[in-house]
Write a protein that binds this ligand. Structure first.
Ligand code: NAP
Length: 318
């Protein structure tokens, strides 16, 4: 049987939000189609130990958790494609969702496209990406055994990356633009107390230096204005994320930061299009909150589809 190209529900995204939406939609017998993206699983695929997802007393590895999410969604009939959505048409009914190869339609859409790591946008960064510059310690950390590794950022991601990178680097330096951390107390303390990690405060990285690979960073003290060169073979950037909303621009209302706007955190400005997870949530950005939002989106999508059917029946004369 050919794979279906129409679904009652299409879910775009396969992090905790998308796959929880898929689980609930599948259990409601809606056989959702999920566009998981070519790098399925969302940001937890790029993380190591997840210690704060409830139910895992000793923690669980991010990729392992996402494999379980996926298997559970598939168990109840979700159809998951590991391809990217390139375009949507949310003005048409049914909604149209396109990939590079195919066109799909849906009565309702759940947007759970998450967010992507932010870059510093400094000279040398793009040129040396993959050759010393990275946003993913779990992906690239092992390339820098016994090297000096720098991490930029002061949030939980930066602390997590720095702690993870201590397994490889001869030393790890965190460079932060202020003099205090944004990270949670527990993560901050772990990093501050780690013997291999040191901190450079009130400082910005202004350039990555190196021919074929990174060899040093030009850094500027934001208080004194002093510019110096710091020898380092790796720069891991952990300065937050931007929402993946490019394909929805002009079709869904976005807020000033580019996140999908929603009055209740579930519905968008287009009836029948729902949102879940980091693509909406600028505040909490946790796997467990994303999963909760995915559940809400699927339940509301189901109610919406029911209301469509009731409407349709009422419109058809007996
Ligand atoms: P975040 O909390 O937004 O922190 C971003 C950090 O990068 C901030 O310290 C910020 O500086 C700095 N920054 C932003 N733009 C910069 C720029 N252009 N140049 C230099 N520095 C810049 O982002 P996150 O660390 O990715 O965390 C996001 C969310 O995920 C948070 O809610 C966090 O709790 C959660 N998370 C949790 C865990 C965990 O619990 N294990 C792990 C990872 C993430 P300022 O402080 O000056 O703004």
């Amino acid at each position: 049987m050919p794979a279906p190209t129409h679904a009652k529900v299409i879910i775009i995204g396969s992090g905790p939000a998308g796959l929880t939406a898929a689980l609930y939609a599948a259990r409601a017998n809606l056989a959702p189609i999920v566009f998981a993206g070519h790098m399925y699983g969302g940001q937890l695929m790029l993380t190591t130990e997840v210690e704060n997802y409830p139910g895992f007393v000793d923690g669980i590895m991010g990729p392992e958790l996402m494999e379980a999410f996926r298997a559970q969604a598939e168990r109840f009939g979700s159809i998951i494609h590991n391809v990217d959505v390139t375009e949507v048409d949310l003005a048409k009914r049914p909604f149209v969702v396109r990939t590079a190869e195919d066109e799909f339609t849906a009565d309702c859409v759940i947007v759970a496209t998450g967010a992507s790591a932010r870059w510093l946008d400094i000279p040398g960064e793009a040129r040396l990406r993959g050759r010393g510059v990275s946003t993913c310690a779990t992906c690239d950390g092992a390339f820098f055994r016994e090297k000096h590794i720098v991490v930029v950022g002061g949030g939980d991601s930066a602390m997590e990356e720095a702690l993870f990178l201590t397994r490889f680097g001869s030393k790890v330096t965190v460079i932060h633009r202020r003099d205090s951390l944004r990270a949670s107390k527990i993560m901050a303390e772990r990093a501050l107390n780690h013997e291999k990690i040191s901190f450079i405060w009130n400082t910005a990285v202004e350039e990555v230096i190196g021919e074929d690979s990174a060899t040093a960073l030009r850094i500027k003290n934001l208080v004194s204005g002093e510019v110096t060169t710091l020898e380092a073979q790796a720069l891991f950037i952990a300065i937050g994320h931007d929402p993946n909303t490019g394909i929805f621009r002009g079709q869904l209302t976005l807020d000033s930061a580019g996140y999908i706007a929603s009055d209740d955190g579930v519905r968008t400005n287009v009836e029948g299009v729902f949102v879940a997870g980091d693509v909406y949530d600028i505040r909490y950005k946790q796997a467990v909150t994303a999963a909760g939002m995915g559940c809400k989106a699927a339940i509301d999508a189901e109610k919406y589809l029911e209301s469509l059917e009731t409407h349709h029946k009422a419109a058809v004369p007996a």
